[in-house]
Ligand binder design. Structure first.
Ligand code: GLV
Ligand code: MN
Ligand code: MN
Ligand code: MN
Length: 383
């Protein structure tokens, strides 16, 4: 299945993926999801926040065990972040059916909409809307770099942006959620691991204003050049992050109007800051924000996955599978923070590289992930 998906949204020059929410490649992936669900005779539906669901059994009779992840990607992302969890979910259903297993609870597969926030800036839009963590009026107004809002994009795709928001009916169908994901750091040496917690993390937009002027005729002393304050912020972020033991990244920057021969009028730069210690992350942001125009675009407090479920999953997935924290954000974390029992399985990533075309997992480890996921689902569905 990953091979089928490999050509969708791929940049042939770099090997990276561009699967922004609601973009043509992402719509193609949605169609793939529908076809896989239909091929298995699963009941499928898209909820009012754009998340895709497929069911083996009737979740309105009894809440189900749900697995899945997301199909969108960061820009120039890898093949595994997201799709591995959805593909593994379908494979796990196949494995359970082939073994003659009959679930005593419905089993669901979900693909959450816009997990990465590559287009509209806020990550996990689908799961945040579903759980009510993201107010629908804020979601409707989220605007991409092209000036187009999420509401406009959804309307153009035949969806109703007025229907966005907390969805109790869909949530009531979920008794427990297990997300399988490629490990994104260098910490996992076994084929399969289990998530302990997700670091607190957030995104902040810094706007550095300057005065546009001619690059050749404006003396250095007469300039109000915002790139200098931006450069200083990047260097400070590194210094303060080292001091406080957190990580900080200015991974996205927009310069206006973006002429080689003019002093810019505005630099907008996005800070992504994370760490095990929430106070330290907040202190970093406070230090960097002093005297600056800063807007918090998203904030996700620490999520510790429920210990009993985590240990149960680890016992089934290994002997037991290693349990590790992560600095990456996930829909499972959003569901857990909304009070839905959730757990995560990680599949080893030999280089630890992610959010890059170099992201990789060995086929044998992916198969081990499916085996572990199927066993976990069987255990949870047996109740
Ligand atoms: C998403 O993968 C994130 O952690 O930023
Ligand atoms: Mn990601
Ligand atoms: Mn992901
Ligand atoms: Mn993520």
């Amino acid at each position: 299945m990953l091979e089928v998906l490999a050509g969708i949204g791929r940049n042939g020059r770099t090997g990276g993926y561009q699967r922004d929410a609601w973009s043509p490649p992402e719509l193609e992936l949605r169609e793939w999801f529908r076809q896989e669900a239909d091929a298995r005779g699963m009941d499928r539906h898209e909820d009012r926040n754009g998340n895709l669901w497929a069911w083996w059994g009737d979740p309105d009779r009894k809440p189900g065990v749900v697995t899945g992840s997301h199909l969108d990607s960061v820009r120039e992302g890898g093949a595994f972040d997201g799709p591995l969890g959805v593909v593994s979910a379908f494979h796990a259903v196949d494995a359970l059916r082939a073994s003659g297993f009959t679930p005593s609870r419905p089993l669901g597969i979900v693909s959450f909409s816009d997990e990465e926030g590559a287009r509209f800036g806020v990550p996990c839009v689908g799961s945040r809307l579903l759980t009510g963590i993201l107010p629908p009026e804020r979601a409707r107004g989220l605007t991409g770099d092209d000036g187009v809002t999420l509401a406009e994009v959804m309307r153009a795709q035949g969806r109703d942006p007025a229907a966005l928001g907390r969805d109790r009916e869909t949530l009531a169908r979920v008794s427990v959620f297990v997300e399988l994901h490629i490990e994104q750091g260098r910490a996992l040496t076994a084929p399969v691991g289990v998530a302990a917690a997700i670091w607190p993390h957030g995104r902040w937009r810094f706007d550095f204003h300057g005065t546009a002027d001619h690059a050749g005729t404006t003396a250095l002393a007469d300039r109000n050049d915002p790139t200098l304050r931006y450069a200083q912020a990047v260097l400070s972020a590194r210094e303060v992050a080292e001091k406080l033991g957190v990580v900080a990244t200015f991974g996205k920057v927009l310069i206006q109007p973006n002429n080689a021969n003019a002093i810019p009028s505005l630099v907008s730069a996005w800070l992504d800051a994370r760490g095990a210690d929430e106070d330290a992350v907040r202190r970093l942001v406070a230090e960097l924000s002093e005297g600056q125009e800063v807007v918090c675009e998203s904030w996700t407090p620490e999520v510790a996955f429920p210990a009993a479920l985590r240990d149960r999953v680890a016992a089934i997935a290994g002997d037991p599978a290693p349990i590790l924290p992560t600095g990456a954000g996930h829909d499972a974390g959003i569901l857990a923070s909304a009070g839905i029992p959730a757990a995560m399985l990680f599949v080893r990533n030999p280089t630890g590289v992610s959010h890059s075309p170099a992201e990789f997992a060995e086929p044998g480890d992916c198969a081990a992930g499916v085996t572990a996921l199927a066993a976990v689902l069987a255990d949870l569905c047996g109740e």
